[in-house]
Design a protein around this ligand. Structure first.
Ligand SMILES: NC(=O)c1ccc[n+]([C@@H]2O[C@H](COP(=O)([O-])OP(=O)(O)OC[C@H]3O[C@@H](n4cnc5c(N)ncnc54)[C@H](O)[C@@H]3O)[C@@H](O)[C@H]2O)c1
Length: 436
């Protein structure tokens, strides 16, 4: 049995998931090496700083780096446990790309030794953990891999997905329940022993394939339910009814719990992972596919609404409030707010003012359009049109008297007291017309 100080851990990929995970494990006293392919990431962490915004992460990282329990490198070293947390994007046809995962496994292969545990945390299509196993078997024929050598395997391989909420990652890494899927039951038990070092939530073991599908199922569930809310918002627009009020009232039913509509669905998880299921079983997933299409279509609908509003007030500056994919974070990946702001800025150029407290500069695609980044006070002073795209706390705190005379399009429902905006019939009818 390993003592606390003897355990060595390598975390592959030091992004939103890998860095907090590495830091939390390092806090337990294990010696953690974070490996990343990006030099600036490695340098930043070794200097005790962080390259991503996450509550309390800076203090934790500077502490464990100062204690010497967390180091970063571009070069792999031997370890007892390898955790893989690299990206799993999709291509233009929505086919999952597990190339980063297989690259990380290829990097690990030369330093593997009997007794090691490899855990994949990246959100992955069903069967990916087995592909990692097959790759390692090919690269290291001297090592007996699980599922082929029965329980006589030299190493353990498991899948354990992440389900943390950005902004609460350090809390949820500890408190959330974990699903741990082993290639074999023995693999699952080995991985379970590892997670027990830092997880307070329940750790439930299963097969690798079931754990992979569980993660995809969770995000498809969220996507389908958000699509329902977004579809309601389109219906309500057409009917001239306040969707927020309808949802609030419907949710008084003891068995109804409708989610909130918005300008679409973003982020690296919910907007991406359902496609992994659709790609794997295209004939069995009409609902999941349609939900994706409804949520993406909502973004087009909002773009058309904003365009109609801006065109109805010639020359007036418009403030787009927020670019992040959800409230109070600096993550713009797959963000519908960013897509709306980009489309509006391309159509209306220097009339567009962007407010994003989590950005120091505008993303390149926006900067080229003539749009400018301003603070919230400047936007209130100079923009008669305001479009709420993200429910950041700082936007929620703007009182009615500072916005009562504005033409407002509130895609997040954060200002229920706002007098209803005058939106042209074309936009109200849900026309998919694009600006330009
Ligand atoms: N961000 C979230 O909230 C979240 C939540 C649950 C699951 N996930 C999943 O976790 C995985 C990682 O996501 P993320 O948000 O941390 O990504 P990220 O892009 O923030 O970080 C990934 C890091 O991996 C590095 N990397 C790429 N290839 C590498 C390799 N071969 N070896 C070492 N490092 C490599 C990149 O340089 C980057 O720093 C994805 O599969 C994602 O779907 C993310």
């Amino acid at each position: 049995m390993l003592t606390e100080t003897e355990l060595t851990v390598v975390v592959m990929g030091l992004g939103y998931i890998g860095l907090p995970t590495a830091a939390v494990i390092a806090r337990t006293g294990a010696r953690v090496l974070g490996v990343d392919v990006t030099e600036s990431v490695v340098e930043t962490i070794n200097s005790g700083r962080v390259h991503i915004e996450e509550v309390d992460l800076d203090g934790l990282v500077s502490g464990v780096v100062a204690r010497g329990t967390l180091r970063a490198s571009m070069t792999i070293e031997p370890a007892d446990v390898f955790v893989i947390a690299v990206p799993t994007p999709f291509d233009d046809d929505h086919a999952p790309d597990i190339g980063y995962v297989l690259n990380a496994a290829t990097t690990i292969a030369p330093v593997l030794k009997p007794g090691d545990t490899i855990i994949l945390e990246s959100t992955s299509p069903v069967g990916t953990t087995e592909q990692v196993r097959d790759l390692l078997a090919k690269l290291r024929p001297d090592i007996r891999v699980p599922g082929r050598a029965g329980e006589q395997a030299d190493i353990a391989i498991a899948y354990c997905p992440e389900r943390v909420l950005p902004g609460r990652i350090l809390v949820e890494l500890i408190d959330n329940d974990r699903v741990i899927g082993g290639i074999t039951p023995r693999c699952a038990r080995k991985a379970l022993t590892f997670y027990r070092r830092f997880v307070r939530g329940a750790c439930v073991t299963t097969t690798a394939r079931a754990a992979e599908m569980t993660k995809l199922t969770e995000n498809a569930f969220r996507d389908v339910n958000i699509a329902f809310a977004n579809e309601l918002s389109l219906i309500a627009d057409t009917m001239g009814v306040d969707v927020w009020e309808v949802i609030r009232l419907a949710n008084r039913h003891p068995r109804v719990n409708i989610l909130q509509p918005g300008p679409g669905v973003g982020g690296h998880c919910i907007a991406v992972d359902p496609w992994f299921l659709v790609h794997a079983a295209p004939d069995q997933t009409p609902l999941i596919r349609t939900a994706r299409e409804v949520n993406d279509g909502k973004t087009d609908h909002v773009i058309a609404q904003v365009a109609a509003l801006v065109e109805s007030m010639p020359g007036a500056p418009v403030a787009c409030l927020g670019l992040a994919f959800k409230a109070n974070i600096d993550d713009f990946r797959e963000s519908p707010a960013l897509k709306v702001a980009q489309a509006v800025a391309q159509a209306f150029g220097d009339r567009v003012r962007i407010v994003e407290p989590y950005a120091r500069t505008l993303p390149a695609a926006l900067a080229q359009t003539g749009a400018t980044l301003v603070d919230v006070d400047t936007a209130i002073e100079t923009c008669p049109i305001m479009v709420v795209l993200v429910d950041h706390d700082v936007f929620k705190s703007i009182p009615l008297e500072e916005r009562a005379d504005k033409a407002v399009l509130d895609t997040r429902g954060i200002w229920p007291d706002q007098p209803r905006p005058v939106i042209s019939a074309a936009a109200r009818s849900g026309s998919q017309r694009q600006p330009g």
